[in-house]
Ligand binder design. Structure first.
Ligand SMILES: [Zn+2]
Length: 604
């Protein structure tokens, strides 16, 4: 007899003993049962009530923090990151259909089947693709005479440059020619050889392949922020021009492979055996758009965008997954009648910049009423592994002209802007405030960077639609084949998604009261900015910078905030209600900046 059987017998004994005791008073038992039933019923009703609490400004942060798990975001990112995605290819399209499937599960109805009463709808837009799509299948590079491989696709899926054609089935064997000065490829005889250069293959494609008739290209140029000497196996993906005539190829190397190749070249003549297999075929361009229709101002909308293409997990399977969980949770709140957006909330997944550019242009009436655009790009990083922090890339403000103090450009880099490029708006400080609150709550680091561009916020800004980017940088695996799901953190996804929704719900239902609180928050931000710039200007003057520049900086910030104050009137129809408050804030900032300028003049 096993221990378990014995245990069960003992249990049975105890139960029957209990039964004997209870049978003493049958009525007592019935009474107890009734009490228990009532207790359970009350508990159940309470629980039910708790789960259908209507969202309000006082509970929205708590409820979303409880309900946003990061599970759907993470699982979707895990699905998407398996594929090397470029518009039109298998992975890109599978991601689109995965999103559609999950939207359906959450209650979204395909637009063509929807009725007027459907609040949750989605559509898949299908357009012909001008250029053929591309996907990598397999590749291997060997130094002839060596048994092991220099690189193989199974462990380095970024090794084939985008738009590369396949080699013949048995591969290509050719001598490597190391071109140190790649400006002078034309002076060399590279015909039939593999050109090795420490630059981007795109830049030398014409001289090496089209003009030089080289057999192929092999390159290395991982930037230093990837810490290539530490992350020796990373390859940052590269591309070459589409060339249907020469149908050539390029291989990008890791630091380790490059060192090996160089060592071999130092010893003497080096021949490489290269085998590349890719698929190049005509396809279609898919975009998926989900709408959550606003109840009062359906034309006005907030758009979250996430690009699908690019091969990484953080860039940008995380954005794809995060937008999906945000849409799905919002659908749940709506179905449970916890939340009703007054304005429309839109989620757009597609080809970076191309889809968003089209979205803000093609329908002029729709475009006119887009009130905000937020790009979700690299939003789930495990920063202990990747480095960097979460960042809100601000709409152009004077920190993009005079970057000093706490403001810092990322290693992605930005160019110095001009005053006429400024976009004064409340959105920056409104979002910074919301994210700092979550940062405090979740012990999470939130940073900002001056405008740099390069993602889906750019088309919105070009159309004068307020827009920011949520992202992370530096990421030591950015655009490399080591940007995989093990670098993604569910906690980060939860933090970004939670706060993005808190902010979104506030904006979507903003009224006079919300506008006034946003204005007040903006005024506080303006005062602290002017104080900080005052401090920086004093330091600058002590370091010999000119007074006139300092006055220019203080004035730029004053103007930026004064104009930003006026944008809060766009949050509701009756602008006059807030005009007095705006004027008051403007006067305050005016007087503070005058005092600062006078103080600086004294110092000089
Ligand atoms: Zn990206």
């Amino acid at each position: 007899m096993s221990f378990t059987d014995n245990f069960i017998k003992k249990q049975k004994l105890t139960l029957s003993a209990k039964r004997a005791i209870f049978s003493i008073s049958k009525y007592e038992v019935m009474f107890k049962k009734l009490i228990l039933f009532l207790l359970i019923s009350i508990l159940f009703i309470n629980c039910k009530n708790a789960s259908i609490t209507v969202l309000s400004s006082s509970n929205v942060a708590d409820i979303i923090n409880n309900e946003f798990t990061g599970d759907l975001a993470f699982n979707t990112a895990s699905f998407v990151e398996k594929y090397w995605r470029v518009v039109g290819n298998t992975g890109f399209n599978k991601s689109i259909y995965k999103i559609a499937e999950e939207l359906e599960k959450s209650g979204f109805v395909l637009e063509e089947n929807a009725t007027e009463n459907d609040i949750l709808t989605y559509r898949i837009e299908n357009r012909p693709l001008k250029n053929p799509t591309w996907e990598s299948v397999n590749a291997i590079v060997k130094i002839e005479g060596k048994n092991d491989t220099l690189l193989q696709h199974a462990t380095n899926r970024n090794m084939i440059a985008l738009n590369s054609y396949s080699t013949p089935k048995d591969g290509v064997s050719a001598e490597v020619i190391y071109v140190r000065d790649f400006e002078k490829i034309a002076d060399l005889d590279v015909k039939g050889k593999i050109v090795f250069a420490e630059t981007s293959p795109y830049g030398i494609y014409k001289s090496a392949i089209i003009e030089g008739k080289a057999a192929g290209i092999i390159t290395y140029n991982n930037p230093s922020y990837l810490q290539p000497e530490k992350n020796t196996t990373s390859i940052q993906f590269r591309s070459i021009p589409i060339d249907t005539v020469n149908k050539s190829w390029a291989i990008a190397m890791s630091f380790a492979a490059k060192e090996r190749l160089k060592a071999s070249l130092e010893k003497g003549k080096t021949t490489l055996k290269v085998r590349v297999k890719t698929n190049i075929y005509s396809s279609e361009e898919l975009t998926i758009v989900a709408d959550i229709k606003g109840s009062e101002m359906p034309g006005e909308r907030l758009v979250f965008s996430a690009h699908i293409q690019e091969p990484g997990a953080n860039d940008n399977a995380t954005g794809v997954g995060l937008a999906l969980e945000m849409a799905s949770l919002t659908a749940k709140f709506i179905k449970q009648q916890q939340y009703e957006p007054k304005r429309t909330l839109t989620f757009l997944w597609g080809d970076e910049i191309i889809s968003t550019q089209r979205y803000v242009q093609e329908d002029s009436i729709r475009a006119k009423y887009i009130k905000w655009g937020i790009s979700l790009d690299m939003v789930g990083e495990d920063t202990e592994k990747t480095g960097g922090t979460f960042l809100i890339e601000k709409m152009p403000d004077p920190s993009a002209i005079w970057t000093r103090g706490n403001d810092k450009h990322t290693e992605w880099g930005g160019s110095k802007m001009k005053l006429e490029q400024m976009k004064p708006h409340y959105l920056n400080d409104f979002l910074i405030d919301k994210f700092k609150q979550q940062g405090k709550r979740a012990n999470w680091i939130v940073g900002t960077n001056p405008f740099e561009g390069g993602s889906d916020h750019v088309p919105f800004l070009r159309q004068n639609i307020p827009s920011v980017l949520f992202w992370h940088f530096t990421d030591q695996f950015y655009h490399t084949d080591n940007d995989r799901i093990d670098k993604v953190s569910k906690t980060t996804l939860k933090n970004v998604g939670t706060t993005a929704l808190i902010a979104a719900y506030t904006l979507l239902n903003a009224d006079k009261k919300v506008a006034k609180s946003i204005l007040l928050n903006l005024e506080t931000a303006a005062v602290s900015r002017l104080n900080e710039e005052f401090k920086q200007s004093k330091i600058a003057i002590n370091n010999g910078d000119s007074l006139s520049t300092q006055i220019e900086i203080i004035t730029a910030w004053k103007d930026w905030y004064q104009k930003s104050f006026t944008t809060t009137s766009g949050l509701f129809s009756d602008e006059k209600v807030i005009n007095n408050d705006i004027e008051k804030s403007q006067k305050l900032i005016d007087s503070i900046s005058s005092v600062i300028i006078k103080e600086l003049q004294k110092k000089n």
